[in-house]
Design a protein around this ligand. Structure first.
Ligand code: KET
Length: 415
């Protein structure tokens, strides 16, 4: 028998952490035994049968990789060269002069989150005085990332609940009011959670202010191809800033657009003023990555390199992505139709049609969102966001009933 070395655990001072506001929803969903349950929490694509989806083109690339019998040696710290080339070309456009001039430092990293975290560590080390401006609201993990990297942040206005649209004046005023040289975190497309993006004209004005204030634009691109169905169109915000000759940070993720959630594949790109600067920035990003996770995983990188690097597979991917984006648009429409038909209060639900990407920001508050889960077994984040990627046409009417009930009665009936 082993004697217990200490009477009291050394971990007495470690409190229980709260569940994650997004991934914790999936855990609660799994525990629910009701047949009606629906998981609209995490932004993960499901088929009309509500099953996870592995893209055909991914299976094809994996078969090819197996046939080649590739080894499992370590990648360099910066990742797979073929992936880094492909990912930068996909983002900026293959003909972009910044690539030809060698002005972009690209590192494969641990999907969108890891890429953002690496950039945050870089900001903390080389811009210790700077703060990051993030949109209000934003993807919940942005705050965790900058907090953990000890990078101060504050919010700029983004969402206007009155119009259920963009508070453009507020956004511009807050970016203008920030200290010169701040980092401005922008969602490249399909803003999470609101589904509201600036128009091309508004992007120009945002770029004007950022340029004027010598701020550093920092894009989070987690949904390229998923907003419009077009990879190029969804990268146009980033490309506009690059065309102006600005230095720009861009974190990329292949979780959604290639369905590679668990492969943790993405990149951090830093557009620099000269190739020499890009080399130095890259060397420091590598230096930060080495003690954190040494070097990135190879499997997802090979899939992306194969798909993007092969014209036939690239075409197949674009088609499958259009299908995924199309399915989401269909359920968006059907949800709107069902709400409009069923709700007799005269409420205008058309904001749902104006939002784009995977999500709809319903305007339901926490109590109403709790009613959705407690009474209707519909799992969603407590900020009122629902993932339309997890909805089927068959479930739209049920969801509409739940939303109408929660919207009008939710305040009184929730636990
Ligand atoms: N940025 C945004 C805006 C984003 O929504 C996500 C994921 C990521 C980055 C990171 O994804 P990664 O898998 O690390 O490449 N969002 C969904 C999943 C999550 O919260 O982790 C979500 O909002 O549901």
């Amino acid at each position: 028998m082993m004697a217990l070395a200490v009477d009291v655990s050394r971990f007495e001072g470690v409190p229980m952490a709260p569940p994650d506001p997004i991934l914790g929803v999936s855990e609660a969903f799994k525990a629910d035994k009701n047949d009606l349950k629906l998981n609209l929490g995490v932004g993960a694509y499901r088929t009309e049968e509500l099953q996870p989806y592995v893209l055909n083109v991914v299976k094809k690339a994996e078969t090819l990789m197996l046939e080649k019998g590739e080894n499992k040696e370590y990648l360099p710290i910066e990742g797979l060269a073929a992936f880094n080339k492909a990912t930068a070309e996909l983002l900026f456009g293959a003909d972009n002069p910044v690539l030809k001039q060698g002005r972009v430092a690209t590192l494969q990293s641990l999907s969108g989150t890891g890429s953002l975290r690496l950039a945050a560590a870089f900001i903390q080390r080389y811009f210790p005085e700077a703060k990051v401006l993030i949109s209000s609201p934003t993807w919940g993990n942005h705050k965790n990332i900058f907090n953990d990297a000890r990078v101060p942040w504050s919010e700029y206005r983004y969402y206007d609940p009155k119009t259920v649209g963009l508070d453009f004046e507020g956004m511009i005023a807050d970016i203008q009011a920030a200290p010169d040289g701040s980092f401005v975190l922008l969602h490249g497309c399909a803003h999470n959670p609101t589904g509201i993006d600036p128009t091309p004209e508004q992007w120009e004005k945002i770029a004007d202010v950022i340029q004027e204030k010598k701020h550093m634009p920092f894009f989070d691109v987690a949904y390229q191809g998923f907003a419009s169905g077009s990879l190029d169109e969804d990268a146009s915000s980033v490309r506009l800033f690059v065309e102006r000759g600005l230095e720009v940070f861009v974190a990329q993720s292949y979780s959604k657009n290639l369905g590679l959630y668990a492969e943790r594949i993405g990149a951090i790109n830093v557009v620099c003023s000269t190739p020499e600067v890009a080399n130095r920035v890259k060397s420091q990003l590598k230096r930060l990555a080495r003690p954190m996770y040494s070097n990135p995983p190879i499997h997802g990188a090979r899939i992306v390199a194969n798909v993007v690097g092969d014209p036939t597979m690239f075409g197949e991917w674009k088609q499958e992505m259009e299908e995924m984006a199309g399915r989401i648009k269909n359920v968006r429409q059907k949800l709107y139709d069902s709400l409009s038909a069923k709700d007799k209060s005269g409420k205008d639900w058309s904001f749902i049609l104006r939002q784009i990407g995977m999500f709809s920001y319903t305007g339901l508050n926490k109590t109403q969102s709790d009613n959705m889960t407690d009474k209707w077994h519909i799992y969603m984040t407590k900020d009122g966001r629902i993932s339309l990627a997890g909805l089927s046409l068959a479930k739209c009417e049920y969801l509409a009933d739940a939303i109408i009930d929660s919207f009008h009665n939710g305040l009184g009936t929730a636990k």
